[in-house]
Ligand binder design. Structure first.
Ligand code: SAH
Ligand code: DHB
Ligand code: MG
Length: 224
């Protein structure tokens, strides 16, 4: 039964306090985007912890993130890959990239995280052209209209057995609107369709409620 956004928030706060507490570096990173006049679009702490556990479950050492903002999710990912691991994170906004570098350095992760400034499509194509070592996990969380392109490029950069997660696939239920002309909805529906029809992937998606309202994420395992 539907209760209220306030109840969702309390449950998130309970789970976060018990299972995904934030240290000072995460608290600062979370507050920093809003303080700098950027949107507070970072994942909730319990979702950051989920990303981190997913990495640990498959022993991820190389993670690719599309959409850095202030580096909040990046810190969860950077911690999960441990000292020998590496996170490449792509951000188009120079102010966000610079803020992220500060937050990542404050978290002690500068040595294992590279913030690549520029349009993600360009950066991804460059990584493909460079023939970089495959990634274990890709987290897609940038402009939603380009989600299908990001999935295509991610598939050229991820190893078999790797995992691709895409954030914000529900958007208050808008995702079910097949006639939407909102490019974020169109892009997300195309992403879900592509995950469904691609033989290399087995995928699912979950709705979430909580601190971030009603949203959700899709997760795909690269099977071949
Ligand atoms: N992953 C972050 C939140 C990212 S918000 C976290 O959970 O903490 C989405 C980010 O994607 C924003 O910072 C935005 O500037 C960036 N972005 C939007 N369009 C982009 C593009 N074309 N290329 C790279 N980054 C982009
Ligand atoms: C939006 C983007 C995000 O990555 C997010 O977590 C929440 C909202 C947005 O574009 O509105
Ligand atoms: Mg997001």
């Amino acid at each position: 039964m539907y209760r209220s956004e306030e109840a969702w928030r309390s449950v998130d706060e309970y789970f976060i306090a018990a299972l995904a507490p934030e240290d000072e570096a995460l608290v600062e990173a979370r507050g920093s985007a809003g303080a700098a006049g950027l949107p507070d679009h970072e994942v909730a702490a319990n979702q950051g912890k989920l990303l981190s556990i997913l990495c640990q479950m498959i022993g991820a050492r190389r993670v690719l993130e599309i959409g850095t903002l202030a580096g909040y999710s990046t810190i969860w990912l950077g911690r999960a890959v441990e000292a020998e691991g590496h996170v490449t994170t792509l951000e188009v906004d120079p102010a966000a990239a610079s803020l992220a570098r500060d937050n990542i350095a404050r978290a002690g992760l500068a040595g294992r995280v590279e913030v690549v400034e520029g349009r993600a499509v360009d950066s991804l194509r460059r990584l493909v052209a460079q023939g970089v070592e495959p990634y274990d996990v890709v987290f897609i969380d940038a402009d939603k209209g380009d989600n299908p392109t990001y999935l295509d490029l991610a598939l050229r950069l991820v190893r078999v057995g790797g995992v691709i997660v895409a954030d914000n696939v529900v958007r208050n239920g808008d995702v079910t609107d097949a006639s939407s002309d909102d490019e974020r909805v169109v892009g997300t529906r195309a992403l879900i369709e592509a995950m469904s029809s691609n033989d290399r992937l087995t995928a699912t998606a979950l709705q979430t409620v909580g601190r971030k309202g009603w949203d959700g994420f899709a997760i795909a395992l690269v099977v071949s």
